[in-house]
Design a protein around this ligand. Structure first.
Ligand code: ZN
Length: 72
């Protein structure tokens, strides 16, 4: 998985971020493949200065769709 580096909040220019697990309000993200449902826990990067969610992401995208089988 590629590392994403957020330098600045696009909303307020803040430079401090909190990584939080948001799966308690949903079950994360699901992808249905060939009748089976794959899940990955959803995380959010929140700006500490203004509270905006700068990014939603999964730490285990390979759980959703195996890399070697990824659609072209
Ligand atoms: Zn901000």
């Amino acid at each position: 998985m590629k590392e994403i580096k957020i330098e600045k909040c696009p909303f307020c220019g803040g430079e401090e971020f909190i990584e939080s697990n948001v799966s308690s309000m949903s079950s994360g993200v699901c992808v249905a493949t060939n009748g089976t449902t794959q899940r990955a826990i959803l995380f959010a990067t929140v700006c500490r200065d203004c509270g905006s969610v700068v990014r939603f992401f999964c730490k285990t995208p390979e759980n959703l769709y195996p890399k070697k089988e990824r659609r072209e």
